[in-house]
Every structure is written in C-alpha cells, then in structure tokens.
Design a binder for this molecule. Structure first.
Ligand SMILES: Cc1cc2nc3c(=O)[nH]c(=O)nc-3n(C[C@H](O)[C@H](O)[C@H](O)COP(=O)(O)OP(=O)(O)OC[C@H]3O[C@@H](n4cnc5c(N)ncnc54)[C@H](O)[C@@H]3O)c2cc1C
Length: 350
C-alpha cells in the first residue's frame, strides 16, 4: 500500500505532501511528534486526492489547539487549509455566511465584527480553525457555536462522499457533538454556515467579567466591537498565549452532576461555586476542584498547572505528550479521591 502511496505522491504536484513531517509547529502544546505522511488540503479536490493515497488511518488536523500527541501518529495527518468566506443568503435582519473549514476562527470573528455582523463576538480569540469549531461546539462567555450554527459540509473519509449536516444532525451538547461520538474520526468538515445578525444584535454581557471590563473601558452601550475587544482583553490577561507557553486552553470539561453531589461537597466547602443547569443538575467549575486539590501553579517535570488558571495544563518547554497525559490523569485521580467526581479531558489525547 505504501508503494502505491509514493507513486500517487508524485502525481499530485500542487499539493503539500510530506513524509516524516514535524508536527511541533502544528500543535499549540508545542509537543514534538512526527507525522509519517502529512498532507495539506487547500481545496476539496486536494482533500479527495489525499484520501486517494490510501494511507490509513487519517487524522484531520486544524490548528492543533485541542490535541495532545503522546506518540508519533500512524497513517496520514490531513491538515485542513480550505479557505474562503462567502455570504450565501441575506435576510432582513440576518445573513448566512459560509466559511471554509481551514479559516482561522478568530480571523473570521474579526471579519464578522468589522462588517457589523453579530453573534460570534463572545467567541473572540478562541484558537483553531472554523472546521474544528463544531467538533466540540466551541463556547465562551455565555455563547456556543450552536447558537449561530445553520449547517456544515463534510467529506466522509472512508468514501470521499460529501455530506451536509443540519443543526439537529450535529447533536450539539456542552463541548460535544456527533463528531466526538458516532462521527469521531470519520469526517473532514470542509465548510460551516453560520447565521449572523445585521442589526438589533443580541449583545450578551451576562458574564460579570465582560460587564466589569466594559465598565473599565468606559462603555455603557456596548456594540459587538466593544464586546469583542473586552473578550480579547479578558482572555489575554487570563490565559497563556500558546506562542509563548505551550497549552491547549482548558484541559478538562467542567463536570455536570446531580445537585446531591454539590450538596455533599458544600458540607466541606460551603462556598463551592456552581452553575444551575436547566435540567435541575449543576455544573461545577473544574478549575476550582483542581485548585482545592493543590495543583494550581504546580510544576511536575517539564509540565504543570498554569498559575493563573488551574484548568490549563502547560508545557514549560520540552514536555512530552506522555508527561502531560500523566499529569492530567494524576489530577483526575486526585479530584476523584477528594470530591468523588471524575473529570473528563476536553483535549483530544492521541
Ligand atoms: C489558549 C486556548 C484557549 C482556548 N479556549 C477555548 C474556549 O474558550 N472555548 C473552547 O470551546 N475551546 C477553547 N480552546 C480549544 C480549541 O481552541 C478549540 O477546541 C478549537 O475549536 C480547536 O480547533 P483546531 O483547529 O485547533 O482543532 P485541532 O486541535 O486541530 O483538532 C481538534 C479536534 O477536531 C478535529 N478536527 C479538526 N479540524 C477538523 C475538521 N475540519 N473536520 C473534522 N474534524 C476536525 C481533530 O481531528 C481533533 O479531533 C482553547 C485552546 C487554547 C490553546
């Protein structure tokens, strides 16, 4: 199969296809790993050509801001670099925008804000690509991708067939979707269509941090640009910049649990923070649980827990994926022992 692949490599002159390709610049954790075969698709036909190489398994890579490589991945690493932003429908008060899966998410947010389209400003500065955004239904500051999502197009990796997914097909949940369940590893999302407001924007400043920052900025009637700026300010002050300190943002999901579990925790920690969920259950901030177990700011070898936010694991330099994984599972065990709650990684561990 490999000989066939090499022949095909020579037949696709325009495509960037490489053997033994270093992935260090392609993951925000800054982990050294090597792809056996790496292909970068600038178009859907590039993508189909890459699949025709016959190299399996295929792992679709966006910006590498939510993956932890613990070994050199087998098969083909297929980087989605399909670009383009197009307004596909115009309504009285909204537009539908179709965005290439390889567009950088934050660049798209800036484009939307600059053009006066509302809905994604709270999701400013989330790293990664548009194509990966539906995978974990990215969310921040009271907004999730599902709130603006219309549909997406994806190529099925096994057959090369194009499939359109509606909102319902994607089965969005908290940092979750069809693409993390039955659809995991089976599709490459080539474009995403979102619905954005043109006027009467739904300004969402329900998070106290945004309100405080707007107040400090002297803004009383915030526009979408004001909200985007405030979110960028907050995130830059709280989260490590992956260009300087390797990380993948929140390493764990915030656990959702029964109220009885919270009440049990409150007997020891009466001020335990939580958010009420519509179904009567509660969400407990994982960062708080980790901090109570003494991990915040702790360094273990070349990795550790970020000093300003315990939810973020960092690479102090030269960390291996195995080292980070070991720390993550030590934290999971420690939180479980203390609180009886098992944290779930948000990051895709490979
Ligand atoms: C500093 C920092 C802050 C962050 N803050 C947030 C936050 O506030 N909210 C939040 O939700 N996330 C956050 N993240 C996580 C990350 O930014 C998102 O998960 C983002 O959507 C990942 O995009 P990516 O292109 O880097 O995906 P990758 O890391 O490349 O891939 C992630 C997963 O998606 C799959 N995938 C990627 N592209 C495609 C595609 N085109 N088709 C199908 N599957 C695909 C991959 O196979 C993999 O399983 C943060 C990360 C960092 C480093």
């Amino acid at each position: 199969m490999f000989a066939r692949s090499l022949t095909l490599l020579a037949c696709i002159p325009q495509m960037n296809i490489q053997k033994n390709f270093p992935l260090l610049p392609h993951n925000t954790f800054g982990i050294a790993a090597t792809a056996k075969i790496f292909a970068e698709a600038l178009t859907v036909s590039d993508l189909l050509n890459a699949l025709r190489l016959g190299v399996r398994p295929v792992f679709v890579l966006g910006g590498g801001s939510n993956v932890l490589f613990t070994h050199d991945p087998a098969g083909l690493i297929l980087k989605n670099s399909i670009h383009g932003i197009e307004i596909v429908r115009v309504f009285k008060n909204k537009v539908w925008v179709k965005i290439g899966g390889g567009e950088v998410w934050h660049d798209f947010v800036l484009w939307a804000v600059q053009n006066g389209y509302g809905g994604v400003e709270n999701l400013s500065l989330i790293p990664g690509t548009v194509g990966a955004a539906p995978v974990q239904n990215i969310g921040a500051y009271g907004v999730e991708l599902k709130d603006v999502f219309v549909s997406l197009e994806a190529i099925e990796l096994a057959t090369g067939a194009m499939r359109r997914f509606s909102h319902a097909d994607c089965q969005f949940g908290y940092r979750d979707s069809f693409f993390k369940k039955e659809g995991k590893g089976k599709y490459c999302i080539t474009s995403v269509t979102l619905s954005l407001t043109r006027e009467r924007h739904r300004i969402n400043i329900s998070y106290g941090d945004i309100r405080k920052t707007l107040e400090t900025n002297g803004v009383s009637q915030p526009t979408i640009a004001d909200v985007s700026r405030a979110v960028v300010q907050i995130r830059s002050s709280k989260l490590p910049d992956p260009a300087k300190i390797g990380n993948c943002g929140s390493f764990f999901k915030n656990p959702e649990t029964e109220r009885a579990v919270l009440e049990r925790i409150q007997t020891m920690y009466p001020k335990a923070p939580h958010f009420d969920l519509p179904d009567g259950r509660v969400k407990i901030p994982a960062g708080w649980l980790i901090e109570q177990c003494g991990w915040k700011g702790k360094r273990v070898g070349n990795t550790g827990c970020y000093e300003k936010q315990a939810l973020v694991l960092i690479n102090h330099g030269g960390a291996t994926g195995e080292e980070v994984k070991k720390l993550a599972f030590a934290i999971i065990d420690s939180v479980e022992k203390t609180f009886g709650l098992r944290l779930e990684p948000e990051v895709n561990i490979l």
